[in-house]
Design a protein around this ligand. Structure first.
Ligand code: ZN
Length: 130
């Protein structure tokens, strides 16, 4: 059985059962991309170690996402000048998995734009800024 995973850049990992020198059974992982193929052979007695390491890396990545600063959520409140040159505030949501985004212009104060943000988060994000 062969398992393949392709990332959004088109780089591929393929795993396949093989035997190495001397007939030792291994799982070979081939990474393909940019015209190169690199085989990595993992002996069966090290396979669980590899999978556990990958799982730990995934958990660490998930924790880093949870603790990402608010600026990465795509919620922005900032001052700007209107077409007539008047000072104003804008609230913008750049969207999430479940929100298509939102643009709220022409607020006369930062507090007004922040109220629009808080209302949007409560109504469209279920209260979660992410
Ligand atoms: Zn949103």
């Amino acid at each position: 059985m062969t398992y393949r995973y392709t990332d959004p850049d088109g780089h591929e990992i393929e795993t396949a059962p093989e035997t190495h020198w001397g007939g030792e059974p291994v799982v070979t992982i081939r990474a393909r991309g940019n015209g190169a193929t690199i085989p990595v052979r993992i002996p069966l007695d090290r396979l669980e170690e590899f999978i556990a390491g990958a799982r730990d890396a995934g958990r660490q990545a998930a924790r880093q996402e949870q603790h990402a600063p608010a600026t990465t959520t795509g919620l922005v409140v900032q001052p700007y000048r209107t077409d007539r040159g008047d000072p104003a505030w804008v609230f913008r949501c750049w969207g999430t998995d479940s929100c298509d985004g939102w643009l709220s212009l022409d607020h006369t104060s930062q507090q007004s734009a922040e109220r629009a943000r808080d209302r949007h988060v409560a109504e469209e994000h279920g209260g979660d800024p992410r």
